[in-house]
Design a protein around this ligand. Structure first.
Ligand code: PMP
Length: 311
């Protein structure tokens, strides 16, 4: 018998098959929701699921709620506790993806005033292996879709409606035989991947677009900036990146909760350097991997450990 899966909805844990919303839900029509993507990594040695930077994910979720005027009755501490209780009950002994979603839940179709729409909160947890093939560098395409500017749509948080652009870009890239899309800003400078932040190495310096380049303030991005500084003694420069700089870079890599740290080997049919994972990317990949599974004691404050109980 397969084990019962549990979700969180309406302020309590419910069987996953009962976690449903109506067809008039505001968020379904207008994308008025804020979500997070959080990884729980199964550590066979310790028998625990390691949730990576749980607190920071909920801090970002609440920043998004503030922008979308979603008023949750929970603090970051409450949200972390709700999540660890739910994960424990689900009893997974494998890698999982945790998806909290704060949304405009009112059954009300024609209303564009956020203030009058009721809020809801749900969490689902699903088993999750690799999102992208991590065993080889990616072949990427500069997308024909541009990243929206923050003046059109807040870009530093995960607002559901914003993802239409990422989805169009990713779909276009896959259909054209690439692994991933890289989106430019309206002015043609580089923003990020469809679901990852972007870094490049030029003349031995690690460079990434800044917040004002309309990229998401990624938690993996933040972790990599800290690892580069503390472990490699390399401060990351945040500045505009021109498209053609990527073709000339020594290394380009993407970072994200789902994708981890992964090299870009080829962009628009041009090899980046040798086309292989570069030495700085490799070091950061290894440091990051040991941190996300809780094997790097120095960064244990990034990890929340959960013992699966099942039931
Ligand atoms: N950019 C976008 C558009 C994303 O969806 C993600 C994934 N959340 C990222 C960057 C990387 O963010 P994080 O490292 O917090 O997962």
């Amino acid at each position: 018998m397969t084990q019962q899966a549990w979700a969180f909805l309406g302020g309590k844990q419910v069987p996953l098959e009962d976690a449903k919303v109506g067809v008039r839900t505001h968020a379904l029509h207008y994308g008025t929701a804020v979500f997070e993507g959080i990884r729980g990594n199964w550590n066979e040695r310790t028998g625990k699921v390691v949730i990576f930077r749980l607190k920071e994910h909920y801090e970002r979720l609440l920043r998004g709620c503030n922008i979308l005027r979603i008023d949750l009755p929970y603090s970051v501490y409450d949200l972390c506790k709700i999540t660890t209780d739910l994960l424990e009950r689900n009893g997974y002994r494998e890698d999982v993806y945790i998806r909290p979603l704060a949304f405009k839940g009112e059954q009300l179709v024609a209303n564009l005033n956020l203030k009058t729409v009721e809020d809801e909160f749900t969490i689902v947890i699903v088993p999750f292996g690799s999102y992208i093939d991590n065993t080889r560098p990616l072949k990427c395409q500069t997308s024909s879709w541009r990243r929206p500017m923050d003046s059109s749509m807040p870009t530093g948080v995960k607002i559901s409606g914003l993802y239409t652009t990422s989805i169009l870009a990713k779909t276009e890239a896959i259909a054209a035989g690439f692994d991933e899309a890289i989106l430019l800003n309206q002015d043609g400078t580089v923003s990020e991947g469809s679901g990852e932040n972007l870094f490049m190495v030029r003349d031995g310096v690690i460079i990434t677009p800044s917040e004002t380049d309309n990229c998401l303030l990624g938690i993996t991005r933040d972790s990599v900036i800290r690892l580069a500084g503390e472990e490699l003694g390399m401060d990351v420069v945040q500045r505009h990146i021109h498209r053609s700089e990527l073709y000339l870079a020594e290394e380009v890599f993407l970072t994200g909760t789902a994708a981890h740290v992964i090299a870009v080997g080829e962009l628009d049919h041009r090899a980046i350097s040798t086309g292989e994972t570069g030495p700085i990317t490799k070091k950061l990949q290894d440091l990051y991997f040991s941190s996300v599974v809780g094997d790097n004691d120095k960064y244990s404050d990034w990890c929340t450990l959960v013992s699966p109980s099942g039931g």
